[in-house]
Ligand binder design. Structure first.
Ligand code: COA
Length: 323
C-alpha cells in the first residue's frame, strides 16, 4: 500500500491576554456591534512580548506531540508557516526544533500568509509520501498584533495571535476510507499582491511594516476562490459534498465561513467556528480550529475533514483529511 501522512496529533496555544471589542472601542472609533455584525468577531488573544511565534509554535508543537504520543526523536521535519517570524533567520522552525530538544532532521519556514498552514501541510505531506521524512511537525504560528496599524480600524479589529500544530506520521493507506491526508491543493495569484500585504520587512527598513488591506476586494476573491477550492478537493477524490463530515475553514470572517458551509450543504454545527473568540490568526487559524474540535471530541477518528484557507499573495488552497 502507498505511504500516506496520518494526522497523529493536534495541538494549540493561545496567548493569555484576551482583548474584547469593547476594549478596542475605548480607543478607536468602532463598536462591538459593528465588529460582530460585519465579521462575527467578539474578542481576540494578544501576545505578550515573550509570546513570540517561536514560543507559541513550540507550545502548540509540544501539545501536538503529546496528543500523538510521539517523542521528539520521531520528528524528522519541522515546517512552520508564519508571516511574523521571530527573526529573518534562523527560521522560526529551527528555534522550535531547539526548544523541543530535537537534534535530527531539518526544518524551514513557509511564507504564504493566511494560507500558510495549508501550504505547509501540503509540503509536509509530499515529504512523507516520498520518504523524505517519517514524522513531521506542521505548525502555524502568528503574532499579527506586531504588524497591525493600531490606528486603522479597518484592519486592526480583525486579527489575533496564536499557534496551532499537527504531527504527521508516515503510515499506509489507500482510497478515501483509510486514515490520512487524501489530497492537498495549493494556488496563488501574485498579480493580486496589492490588495492584502505588509508594507515593509527587514529588506525594506524605511517602510512601516504594517498590514494593509482592501477588505471588500479580498472578501470577493475569498468567496470565489474558496468555493472553487472546495469543489476541486471533492472532485479530486471522486467525493460529493455529502461525504464531508466537517468543514474546518480559515477563520477570517463569519460571513465567508457561512458561505462555504452553505456551498457544502453542511449544517452550521458541522462547521468549526473560532473566529468569534480568536479573530483571524492567519496561518494559525486552521490548526487552532482543528485542535479545538478534535480536543473537545466533536471531530472523531474516521471523520472526513475539509480544510481551506485564503490569504495575502493571494494564496489559497485546501486539504482533505480522513482523521
Ligand atoms: N468600526 C466601525 N466602522 C468601520 C470599521 C470598524 N472597525 N472598519 C471600517 N469601518 C467603516 C468604514 O470606514 C466604512 O465607512 P464609510 O462607509 O463611511 O466609508 C464602513 O465601515 C464600511 O466599510 P467596508 O470596508 O465597506 O465594510 P465591509 O462590510 O466590507 O466589511 C471587512 C469590512 C474588512 C470586515 C470585510 O471587507 C472583510 O471581512 N473582508 C475580507 C477580510 C478577509 O478575509 N481578510 C483576510 C483574508 S486572510
Amino acid at each position: 500500500m502507498p505511504i500516506r501522512s496520518i494526522l497523529a496529533g493536534v495541538g494549540a496555544y493561545l496567548p493569555k491576554r484576551v482583548v474584547t471589542n469593547d476594549e478596542l472601542a475605548q480607543r478607536l472609533e468602532t463598536s462591538d456591534t459593528w465588529i460582530r455584525e460585519r465579521t462575527g468577531i467578539r474578542q481576540r488573544h494578544i501576545a505578550s512580548p515573550q509570546e513570540t511565534a517561536a514560543f507559541m509554535g513550540t507550545e502548540a508543537a509540544k501539545s501536538a506531540l503529546a496528543n500523538a504520543h510521539a517523542e521528539p526523536a520521531e520528528v524528522e521535519a519541522i515546517i512552520l508557516a508564519t508571516s511574523t517570524p521571530d527573526q529573518a533567520f534562523p527560521a522560526t522552525a529551527l528555534r522550535v526544533q531547539a526548544a523541543l530538544g530535537v537534534t535530527n532532521g531539518y526544518g524551514f519556514d513557509i511564507s504564504a500568509a493566511c494560507a500558510g498552514f495549508i501550504y505547509a501541510l501540503s509540503v509536509a505531506d509530499s515529504l512523507i509520501r516520498t520518504g523524505a521524512a517519517r514524522g513531521a511537525l506542521v505548525i502555524g504560528s502568528e503574532v499579527y498584533s506586531r504588524i497591525l496599524n493600531w490606528n486603522d480600524r479597518g484592519t486592526c479589529v480583525l486579527f489575533g495571535d496564536g499557534a496551532g500544530a499537527v504531527f504527521l506520521r508516515a503510515g499506509k493507506g489507500r482510497g478515501t476510507i483509510d486514515r490520512g491526508i487524501l489530497t492537498t491543493h495549493m494556488h496563488a495569484q501574485g498579480t493580486l499582491g496589492d490588495i492584502l500585504y505588509v508594507d515593509g520587512a527587514v529588506g525594506q527598513p524605511e517602510k512601516s511594516g504594517h498590514l494593509v488591506m482592501r477588505g471588500q476586494e479580498v472578501f470577493r476573491h475569498a468567496v470565489i476562490r474558496l468555493a472553487e477550492a472546495v469543489d476541486e478537493a471533492l472532485a479530486a477524490n471522486g467525493l460529493t459534498r455529502r461525504d464531508v463530515d466537517w468543514l474546518v475553514p480559515h477563520q477570517a470572517n463569519l460571513r465567508i465561513i457561512d458561505a462555504m458551509g452553505k456551498r457544502l450543504g453542511l449544517p452550521s454545527e458541522r462547521v468549526v467556528v473560532t473566529v468569534d473568540r480568536h479573530a483571524n490568526t492567519s496561518a494559525a487559524s486552521v490548526p487552532l480550529a482543528l485542535a479545538e474540535a478534535w480536543t473537545d471530541g466533536r471531530i472523531r477518528h474516521g471523520d472526513l475533514v475539509l480544510m481551506e484557507a485564503l490569504g495575502g499573495g493571494l494564496t489559497w488552497g485546501s486539504a482533505l483529511v480522513r482523521m
